[in-house]
Each structure stands twice: as C-alpha cells, then as structure tokens.
Design a protein around this ligand. Structure first.
Ligand SMILES: [Zn+2]
Length: 230
C-alpha cells in the first residue's frame, strides 16, 4: 500500500484492506466509516498519555475512539496493578501500552536495584493486566542517564521522550494543548497525560488539527523512536 493510499482511522484502514481484498465496495464488519471519508496520511505523529490508568482513562479512551485516534499510553506499574481492567480497555480501544516506571520516582536519584525494580515490576504488571510486554519506556519527568538506559536495554525497552510538551500537566488550556499538537511534524511525539480534564476536552480538536494538516496518529516505532504508520 502506498503512503498516499493509507487511510486515517484504524477502523477504516481495516475496511480499506477488506475492500482491496474483495475488489468490491464492502465495508468490513468492524468498519463504520465510509471509505470516502478516509483522508490520506502524509505523515504520522505520536500522541502519548502518561501516568494512567486512572479514573479518567475510560473517558479518555471514549474521546479518542470517537475521534478515530490511537495513542501510546505510558502507564505506571502501580496503576496497572490496581486497575488491570483499564489496561485491557486501553488495548481493546486500539492503544499501545508503554512503561512509565512503577511509582513515578526521580529515577536518576535512585540506586541500581531500585531502578531495576521500577522498570521490571512495571513490565510484569502491564503484562499481567493483558497489556503485553512493553517495548517503549518513558522515564518520569524525562529524567534519564546512562544507568537508567542500561536497565532499559536489559528489558528490551526503547526510551521515548518527546518533541513537544503540551504542558497539560502544568494547567495548559485545551486551546494551548491543541496548539501544541499543531506544532508536531511528521514522526514527532507529543507529551500529554491521562488525567487532565483539559486534555480530554482537547481531543476532538486535536483530531481536526491533524486531519487539516494531512497527519494521522501513529504508533511509535521501538526501532527508531519515531511515529510511524500503525
Ligand atoms: Zn509521568
């Protein structure tokens, strides 16, 4: 499939594959959008939501699904262990799940055994919840060093920081969050969080902004750390 033929929401992408295979205008069982509604993707961005799963996760997932967006959820291990069904809901909604440490500490201030524990327990908690074994790691506060990276490597994790910080953790308005996403270029990643109400409120306009610019929400490649086609 050429880049120009790629379609926007993952549900319609599935439908398009079914269309190609059948050679007739048949929307797949899971497809809801007509094929002509799918916009071309000239590039991909990585939407990321940290610190979940939380009480906000269900609402966030509904907003993303309604807008046809997929995202990477950097979960805390303690939250995944406390709310395994919400991790499963993330996966069921088509999201990708990454590791964001177990208790959200300043990893660079910890000893080696604590760093190891923060990463390994989260791998286990997410896997036990049905989120698969993460391939992506985001250190809390973006704080990292060679020791942290060594443990990431031990667990087969690629460190993912961000190109744009939405500042949603710092009280940014929904308008400001949409504008932050508007600064993303092809392959780039934006930092957002699972819990701010303004972030959830911004989701429909984030989708509109990306569509207007011919960009689609992609997965983050563990090989390159860049956003790519799902
Ligand atoms: Zn965080």
């Amino acid at each position: 499939m050429s880049a120009g033929a790629r379609t926007r929401p993952w549900t319609t992408a599935v439908a398009a594959v079914a269309l190609t295979a059948a050679g007739t205008l048949t929307v797949g069982a899971a497809g809801t959008a007509p094929a002509q509604a799918a916009a071309a993707c000239n590039g991909y961005v990585g939407l990321t939501f940290d610190d979940g799963p939380s009480n906000s996760t269900t609402t966030l997932l509904s907003a993303l699904t309604r807008s046809g967006l997929r995202a990477t959820m950097f979960n805390q291990g303690n939250n995944a262990a406390a709310n395994p069904s919400r991790v499963q809901a993330q996966v069921n909604a088509g999201m990708w799940v990454g590791n964001h440490s177990y208790t959200h500490p300043h990893l660079t201030q910890l000893g080696q055994s604590q760093i190891d524990s923060e990463i390994s327990r989260t791998q286990q908690a997410i896997a036990a919840a049905g989120g698969g074994t993460p391939k992506l790691f985001r250190p809390p506060y973006g704080e990292t060093n060679s020791t942290v990276r060594g443990f990431e490597a031990r667990y087969g994790l690629t460190e993912i920081l961000w190109n744009v910080d939405s500042q949603d953790w710092n009280g940014a308005s929904a308008d400001a969050i949409v504008q932050a996403v508007g600064r993303l270029g092809n392959g780039q990643v934006v930092l957002m969080h699972d819990w701010p109400a303004n972030t959830i409120a911004a989701i429909p306009r984030i989708a509109q902004n990306l569509t207007a610019r011919g960009l689609c929400a992609g997965r983050i490649s563990p090989q390159t750390g860049q956003a790519v086609a799902p």
